[in-house]
Design a protein around this ligand. Sequence first.
Ligand code: ATP
Ligand code: MG
Length: 722
Amino acid sequence: MDVTPILDTLNDAQREAVTAPAEPMLVIAGAGSGKTRVLVHRAAWLIDVEGVPPQGLLAVTFTNKAAAEMRGRIETLLKLPVNPLWIGTFHGLAHRLLRRHWREAGLPQGFQIIDADDQLRLIKRLLKNLEVDDSRWVPREIQYFINGQKDEGLRPEHLDDERDPDRRQMIELYKAYEAVCERGGLVDFAELLLAAHELFRDNAELLGHYRRRFQHLLVDEFQDTNAIQYAWLRLLAGDQSVPFVVGDDDQSIYRWRGARVEHIHQFQRDFPGTRVVKLEQNYRSTGTILNAANAVIANNGSRMGKNLWTEGVDGEPIRLYAAYNERDEADFVVARLRDWIDQGNLRADAAILYRSNAQSRVLEEGLINARIPYRVYGGLRFFERAEIKDALAYLRLTVNRDDDASFERIVNRPTRGIGARTVEAMRAYARANACSMWRAAGAVASDTLSGRAASSVSAFMQLIEKLAHETETLDLEDKVDHVVHASGLIDLFKKDKGERGETRIENLMELVSAAKGFEPDPAEDMAPLDAFLAHAALEAGEGQANAWDDCVQLMTMHSAKGLEFPLVFLCGMEDGLFPHQRSINDPNGLEEERRLCYVGITRAMQALYVTYAEQRRLHGMDNFSVPSRFIAEIPEEHVEEVRPKVSVSRPLRNAGAGRPRSPSNGMAEAGVRLGQRVRHGKFGDGVVLNYEGQGAHARVEVNFENVGTKWLVLSYANLDLM
Ligand code: ATP
Ligand code: MG
């Protein structure tokens, strides 16, 4: 018997990690081997057995959802709440520190977080103000440049223009952007991390305090930390706190966002004497799924290398479906989901994963038609919808008048006679006096503007003051409810008679319920509205407000990291889509895509479907594609091809018994007959085996020498007869 039930459900290697003495620890292991589980048990062990108080721990996870889950699991193990334990994403924790120490960080108390979309708008406006040509200086590129520098810990003054005028201009724009953010008390995502790092770097006393407090630092998904996150961690650890990090080099998928898998090696150099534990038993997936994943990732050259095995059953083969287009793909997925649900399974146990957000639309249409409830993570995020951002802008302005992004968003929404000219006059004043739009509005309303414009501006300012005053003593839900109505937004959308207006009103009401159900992190000590606004900005696509229904889960493979589902569909497995076109000719890019494929496959516990479409309409363009090269990397013995369900054709093979039917019209027109040799632009040479449908819908099944059998739409396939 164990001294504590905490160790009951761990294998030897996991137990070694959980009970290790207080020394730097690196757990490096493949998917589903229990890394996250080890982290949870380590926290419980430290508190329960080693007697570390909960406030002595800091745990970093990759999403807010994972943070909430981790807290729940620790509490279940310990059978008591651990409120003072700090647990969150790097961004969330950085934000908490900055709220507590805004003075030391040089921020205004009511600073607001802006998301990527706000940031882009801000940059566009900045270019306009500076009269910089935005076709030459592309806002997105500037945004990428600024965030990239911040991720590396660099301010404009650290940057050398290398006597390159273009680079000089970029640095100037970075500087100007900083000034605008400072003036408005605005903090973007990358700034959260950078400012939190500088806070520690420049305040020895504060750093000392947190170093003494956090005796143990626990980090999940360590392979995806970027330079500034790692620097922050190292600074905080000093030579007293004990870092315990878990990760998998094969699951590093955020290089494009600055993540550096090299930190795994760096860690061992920075913390000499690091103990390394490897976990090799997988508890998540069937043998078939695991073998498929192992075989795919084996094609990557730069790996630390590890063996992953399971005691579990082999399970079902991986099912491969060749759809003839994206609709057929969606129909197939929906039909299989129907079966799954009819067999009494939970919808929430099924996930549809894809490479790009744009793929979700057709899948969603299929699910809507079939009346299967679903939820999309990422993509159209609840807190990013226009009407939600409008409402949030009103709320933000009630707490911080200097928030220019919010000011400009709603100053004339609903329309109140404040035109572009008036706004321009305010901007000019703000620019000249280096003040916020709010201050500028007050000044131009009394000095420069004509009577009507001036009274419109004053009316807007009075409205904001009134909202702030009226909601002062209300609780969070009532605050949001009041602002949504009194701002005029509800009336505005009521005028929009169509479905869209209705949806928008529903969404605003959903915001009120989100406020009602909002539970601030217990370790947080912020005003509820501030906490709610920060949550809205930080939630960054982790799902919608009502997360408790039983829904099929749709998300990109990127957002599926760390999660697991009994049933998984990997859709759109086509070269050019996955691996992504951008990466195909870049060996590093291709390896990152392959790691993403490894992540995708290893999300599945019992059943995995892989689908691709021979023809796909995406971003308004038709593409013919070949199956993803990753499919061919899965050993054949693990794969079973699924035949199209609604086949009306007969195989040619038993034609010996009688003559094949005469081809349908489409076939005859195209001059195609069964047994005909044909050549396809991508698939090469093959023989026609089968056909179905008529006219524009006629499809043929061709057995290609190199890529096997495929169904093609005759009118699109452009087959050459041979
Ligand atoms: P990923 O790399 O995908 O993040 P991971 O290594 O973090 O995976 P976990 O999510 O911790 O893996 O564990 C995978 C699954 O295996 C979970 O359902 C977990 O509960 C289960 N599991 C892990 N270890 C054990 C064990 N010793 N006994 C039983 N189940 C286990
Ligand atoms: Mg994990």
